[in-house]
Design a binder for this molecule. Structure first.
Ligand SMILES: Nc1ncnc2c1ncn2[C@@H]1O[C@H](COP(=O)(O)OP(=O)(O)OP(=O)(O)O)[C@@H](O)[C@H]1O
Ligand SMILES: Nc1nc2c(ncn2[C@@H]2O[C@H](COP(=O)(O)O)[C@@H](O)[C@H]2O)c(=O)[nH]1
Length: 216
């Protein structure tokens, strides 16, 4: 950083980067790649009542909870949004999101259209929503099968819900097609870079600009 640029000019509120897609289009893959390369991005770890997949870690991939505990979280207003997806409940714990935003840290969500609508209702100015489309129905099914983490009936259920999830594409700020993963990643990174310098998030600019003007 140039010593002439006061650090106050760089302060800003964090943003909520939401990725949604039909199951298997690549949200988890894209999220992992983004988090690996970006120190100012943290993942929102959801609570869910769905069973743990092989290799998934409690507290890292999800907080795996019983339905009774999920209901308690709702009743205590501990979830920023929640929804029933593919017969299970999923929700975003509120505390880590509020802390990240106020500390100027960006937070990444892998949530469905219902959750995105709730976030848009509660915090539109903090939200940047991206819908990920698969290149084709065949590619989507192949990805779900190749991932090999769900039984055949679960894959069928997810494929049968894909059209419904896709029908919400036009509610999103950006739409990216995950055909070539590197190109898709580059597009999501470009969105994040541009949204970080959006004027309305840059709380430090007011003082910086007024000091700059005093100098003329
Ligand atoms: N561009 C791509 N080309 C080929 N395969 C891909 C691509 N992106 C992701 N995949 C593969 O597709 C499978 C599904 O990806 P992933 O688990 O990231 O999807 P998801 O959207 O997070 O699914 P879910 O909503 O079910 O959690 C994985 O095996 C992943 O490696
Ligand atoms: N509304 C919310 N949707 C969520 C949340 N966490 C995950 N999800 C979505 O659920 C499906 C299935 O996920 P999977 O891990 O079982 O494959 C997928 O579309 C996720 O985006 C959440 O907290 N809220």
């Amino acid at each position: 950083m140039s010593p002439e640029v006061e650090t106050e000019a760089l302060t800003r509120r964090g943003l909520m980067l939401v990725l949604s897609s039909p199951s298997g289009a690549g949200k988890t893959t894209i999220s992992r790649a983004l988090l690996k390369e970006d120190d100012n991005l943290v993942m929102s770890v959801s609570a869910t009542t769905r069973p743990r997949r092989p290799g998934e870690q409690d507290g890292k991939d999800y907080f795996f909870v019983e339905p009774v505990d999920f209901n308690l979280m709702i009743n205590r207003d501990e979830l920023l949004e929640h929804a029933k997806v593919f017969s299970h409940y999923y929700g975003t714990p509120r505390g880590p999101v509020e802390d990240a935003l106020s500390e100027g840290q960006d937070i990444l969500f892998d949530i469905d259209w219902q959750g995105t609508q709730q976030l848009a209702h509660k915090a539109r100015t903090d939200l940047v929503s991206v819908f990920i489309l698969p290149p084709s129905t065949e590619a989507l099914e192949k990805r779900l099968k190749t991932r090999a983490q769900d039984p055949a009936e679960v894959i069928d259920q997810r494929m049968s819900k894909a059209a419904e999830e896709i029908s919400h594409w036009s509610e999103y700020d950006y739409v990216v097609i995950n055909d070539d993963l590197d190109r898709c990643l580059a597009e999501v990174k470009a969105i994040l870079t541009a949204e970080r310098v959006r004027r309305t998030r840059r709380t430090g600019l007011i003082q910086f600009v007024s000091r700059l003007r005093e100098g003329y």
